[in-house]
Design a protein. Structure first.
Length: 186
């Protein structure tokens, strides 16, 4: 083999290696924006996941900021329930979603208003055997998980809130006007 053949072979080898990496990178990125192709809930059923998305998007709808499902709160809740929550917490969420499926509300807004009012009026319920208690537990849990997932998501922390990974001194009463009307993520 002469020098010219060695250079050609080295160039081809480099080209093949570069092409394989580029093709793999391009193919791994081939999905429409905002769609997570192939994601399936690991804890919830597909029906429960659909209802969960409807409920969390009514708690935090899309305005000039992304909705709860846009930032993946339903995925966060599914993962949290599957890997970290107690059996009782899991059962509260699943039974609440199942009751929502059974009720089949035509108007999600009025349904959420109703269970929120029930939760507020039954806030002092002591017995865990009553339906009122379960309604309160479901709404409180749903609202808390939705807010937790939303405000700890990367997209909200970087696009909606102000994120400073290395914060300076703590200033408790800092005017929002100095931050362009945005609150701090940390």
């Amino acid at each position: 083999m002469n020098r010219r053949e060695a250079l050609i072979n080295a160039g081809l080898l480099t080209g093949y290696a570069f092409s394989a990496g580029s093709i793999a990178a391009i193919l791994s990125g081939c999905k429409p924006d905002g769609v997570d192709v192939g994601w399936q809930p690991s804890y919830l059923s597909s029906d429960q996941n659909e209802v969960l998305i409807k409920l969390i998007d009514r708690i935090l709808p899309k305005t000039d900021t992304p909705s709860a499902s846009d930032v993946g709160v339903h995925k966060f809740i599914d993962k949290l329930m599957n890997d970290f929550c107690t059996i009782e917490e899991q059962n509260d969420l699943k039974s609440g979603l199942d009751r929502t499926i059974e009720d089949n509300p035509k108007n999600i807004d009025s349904y959420l208003t109703t269970i929120a009012q029930e939760a507020k009026s039954n806030d002092d319920a002591k017995s865990k055997n009553t339906a009122d208690y379960k309604s309160r537990e479901f709404f409180t849990q749903l609202r808390s998980l939705t807010l937790l997932g939303y405000y700890t998501s990367e997209q909200v922390c970087t696009d909606v809130l102000i994120y400073d990974p290395i914060p300076g001194e703590y200033i408790g009463c800092y005017p929002l006007e100095k931050n362009g009307g945005r609150a701090w993520a940390l």
